[in-house]
Design a protein around this ligand. Structure first.
Ligand code: NZQ
Ligand code: ZN
Length: 384
């Protein structure tokens, strides 16, 4: 196990009806910027509960944050917050709204070019506090310090990380997810699954608690995934999905562990170039990447196959079967593992992703930092 330091300051309020806690937990004199997306919060009851909980506090709304939140849209929210002197952000939605809120929180007090916040190219001295009301369990954004922002004009989908943008408060009410379309439920399961494997499926590092935490999250997702797709209002299944997705990127799975994240790096470029949902890209890339890296990931793939899927046999046999089980699970969740499922030509996709990775200086990916854009091109060709 490698050295690590860990501090997650987000207060989590979990369970049905917890939006009401905003009334107690936000400062009485908070001047609130309420951020949301395309309007799902107005249809599933989140909006009316938030407005009721905010009571007499000043509240200005900013809706219309897109899936894969756009830089230009977020700058308009920054302008509103500055104009109205708003000092507390309530972000209600999925990862896109919460990531957008993190950027707005950082940009409002920031002097200088806000684009430099993305990619951590400028120091942040402060940020507005954020309360996240989660409606889509997937990214873990509600209690981590990462955000992914898209700038369409320059074809950039890039992240920033800063402890100042940890949400102060995260409300996790599983009933808010009942209105999710099946596609987003499948996306959430697969995204949480791949967050876990990015931090777990590398090489043995004798971090037993972290490994078993990862395996527990993966087993939970495999158990409840089909059930929660079939019965959207099964509270226990949604509660377990919400907590599994949170824990997958809460910070503990990867402590003191080598981490991969190449699937995400390639996936972000696929989303930028071809508009696929974030998790759809992961389902395509992960199995292909595992096959390409079979030798270097063999020991961990075999451990995963035995402990998570209950397989037995030689390492090589178990590793290959574990990849096949993973593909079958993603497909069952409604996410195919081939580019052709989205009518994408593999050569075009592979060339495009390789070029973007070079442009973004992401040329040494993976746990050993030895995965080049050429390797990524080869991986995507196999995902035809
Ligand atoms: O915009 P609204 O109307 O709210 O609709 C959304 C959106 O269309 C809808 N939705 C959300 N909750 C709903 C609902 N519809 C009905 N009922 C509900 N309860 O779902 C659609 C997708 O929402 P979005 O927020 O885009 O999805 P997700 O949570 O998967 O977030 C994806 C974004 O997060 C980034 C991705 O790259 C992508 O930009 N990620 C953020 C990470 C982080 N901050 O740590 C890590 C991830 O790896 C990921 O990169
Ligand atoms: Zn992800």
């Amino acid at each position: 196990m490698n050295n690590f330091s860990f501090h997650n300051p987000t207060r989590i309020e979990f369970g049905q009806g917890q939006i009401a806690q905003l009334s107690q937990l936000l400062p009485a004199n908070a001047r609130v910027l309420l951020l949301y997306g395309g309007g799902s919060i107005k249809r599933n009851g989140a909006y009316s509960q938030i407005i009721a909980a905010l009571g007499k506090r000043v509240c200005h709304e900013f809706g219309g944050i897109e899936p894969n939140p756009e830089y230009e849209t977020l700058l308009r929210a920054v302008a509103l917050a500055r104009q109205e002197k708003l000092d507390y952000i309530v972000a209600a939605g999925g990862g896109s709204v919460i990531d957008g809120a993190k950027f707005v929180a950082a940009a409002v007090p920031h002097q200088g070019d806000p684009w430099l916040i993305i990619g951590n190219r400028t120091p942040l001295h402060s940020a507005l506090p954020i309360a996240a009301v989660l409606t889509l369990p997937a990214t873990g954004s509600e209690s981590n310090f990462a955000a992914v922002i898209t700038r369409r004009a320059t074809q950039d989908k890039l992240s920033f990380k800063n402890p100042r943008v940890f949400p102060q408060l995260a409300i996790l009410d599983p009933t808010l997810t009942y209105s999710l379309p099946a596609r987003q439920v499948g996306n959430g399961v697969v995204d949480a699954f791949v967050h876990t494997t990015e931090q777990y499926l590398t090489y043995p590092n004798d971090a037993r608690v972290q490994d078993r935490l990862a395996e527990g999250i993966l087993q939970t997702l495999i158990e409840i995934g089909p059930q929660t797709l079939a019965e959207p209002t099964d509270y226990a299944a949604r509660a377990n999905l919400m907590w599994a997705a949170n824990q997958a990127l809460y910070g503990m799975v990867g402590l003191g562990q080598p981490q991969d994240w190449a699937t995400h790096a390639m996936g972000h470029e696929l989303t930028m170039l071809f508009g696929l949902d974030h998790a759809q890209t992961l389902a395509i890339v992960l199995p292909a990447l595992w096959r390409y890296r079979l030798a270097s990931k063999m020991a961990k793939l075999a451990q995963y196959g035995r402990r998570v899927w209950g397989l037995s046999g030689d390492d090589a046999v178990v590793a290959v079967a574990a990849i096949e089980h993973t593909e079958a699970f993603f497909t069952q969740m409604g996410l195919p593992c081939r580019l052709s499922a989205y009518q994408l030509d593999a050569q075009t996709a592979a060339d495009g992703v390789a070029q973007q990775l070079i442009r973004h200086q992401r040329t040494r990916l993976g746990e050993a930092q030895d995965l080049s854009p050429e390797d990524c091109r080869a991986i995507l060709i196999t995902a035809a």
